[in-house]
Design a protein around this ligand. Structure first.
Ligand code: UT7
Length: 343
């Protein structure tokens, strides 16, 4: 492990750091055995093809904003920053409480961050990395001091519980980080958000989507009957893209910072499929022991998965100050990206 490594000599000191993290998961557990009663599937198939054993499901009165507000409050507590000091709330989600206003506004109301301007961003499972990039740039502009990046998903509300291809994959939950300027000590030690790389390939937009319920196919009896308001996925196309592009975005992060795979302490990647994580591990030559994994407990929580697994790794004392953490994600769009942080 590489604690307290100095910054690469040819790079400026990082100006932005994650000041606190938080997560919130609903208590209700849906196991693979429960799913066996809903669709023609088996615990053996789900575990061997995905690594998922159970996922959390939010109760009816718990919305994306409810979960996001709880994760945000925890992140602010960890950062020691009162809600009224938050300059902006960005909420990454594909399951907003409603088409508008944005879920970030509802989180603001819930946590009392009344000085903050608020907006949602929609980059599916890559949403948290996109949010981190925007948060980082807002801080680096010197115009703002505290940005709350929240990622919250109630995927159970858009899951087709009759489709075994997709219903076994998803779960509900939220994560959040507070992004702020580096302290003098952090900057001198080269600690902070070192890079973010974002990518999109719209030609693969049809591989993973909710086709109905938007302006193209407004909600109607026909949309409802054909279940077009729910998630549709061509799993193998997304799988192949994930392996290829996650590896490429990981290399982009490492190359940009002159960090070798051997120097990396942790990989905090989107938790979509254990086999994708294993393929990534092989392609970038980073052993699985350095991947933080919780897919077996929560399934795929889309944009929320990285801040949830990050918060868990920090809570367990895995990630220590001075260590280098690679994040990468891929999702609908398709969109993908990576971030490198020295903690
Ligand atoms: O988070 C955003 C990014 N999302 C992802 O990265 C997801 C990427 N895709 C995947 O993770 C995988 O493609 C899946 C887990 C979705 C599917 O795994 P797969 O190995 O690609 O399976 P498949 O779709 O090729 O299906 C293989 C077989 C099919 O049966 P036949 O046609 O060979 O007879 C499916 O009908 O497995 C069948 N199958 C199932 N069987 C039992 C599909 N789902 C199930 C199921 N239980 N739940």
């Amino acid at each position: 492990m590489n604690a307290s490594r100095p910054p690469p000599p040819d790079r400026a000191s990082p100006r932005c750091q994650v000041a606190g993290t938080g997560a919130w998961l609903p208590e209700r557990i849906l196991t693979n055995a429960d799913l066996e009663k809903l669709v023609e599937t088996s615990d053996e198939w789900i575990v061997s093809r995905t690594g998922i054993r159970e996922r959390r499901i939010a109760d009816e009165g718990v919305h994306t904003s409810t979960m996001g507000a709880k994760a945000a409050t925890r992140a602010l507590e960890r950062a020691g920053i009162p809600a009224r000091e938050v300059d902006a709330i960005l909420c990454a989600t594909i399951t907003p409480d409603m088409p508008f206003p944005c879920t970030a506004c509802l989180i603001q109301r819930e946590i009392g961050a009344d000085r903050a301007f608020c907006f949602d961003l929609e980059a599916a499972c890559t949403g948290f990395i996109y949010g981190l990039e925007i948060g980082r740039r807002l801080i680096e502009s010197n115009a703002y001091k505290t940005i709350l990046v929240v990622a919250s998903e109630k995927l159970s509300s858009v899951t087709d519980w009759k489709d075994r291809n997709t219903c076994v994959l998803f779960g509900d939950g939220a994560g959040a980080v507070v992004v702020g300027p580096t302290t003098e000590e952090e900057a001198a030690a080269g600690r902070g958000i070192l890079s973010t790389h974002l990518f999109t390939d719209g030609s693969l937009a049809n591989a993973l989507l909710i086709p109905g319920g938007g302006s193209k196919e407004p909600f109607s009896a026909d949309v409802l009957e054909k279940r077009r308001h729910l998630v549709h996925m061509t799993g193998q196309d997304v799988f192949k893209a994930a392996v290829r592009y996650l590896a490429a975005s990981a290399r982009a992060a490492l190359d940009a910072n002159h960090v070798t795979p051997a120097e990396l302490d942790w990989v905090v990647a989107h938790q979509a499929n254990m086999r994708i994580l294993q393929a990534l591990s092989q392609r970038v030559e980073i052993p699985m022991e350095r991947f933080v994994v919780n897919i077996h407990k929560y399934g795929n929580t889309s944009s929320a998965s990285i801040p949830i697994v990050l918060d868990e790794a920090l809570g367990e004392g895995k990630i220590k100050p001075g260590q280098t953490v690679l994040m990468c994600a891929l999702g609908a769009g398709i969109s993908w990206g990576s971030a490198l942080i020295r903690w």
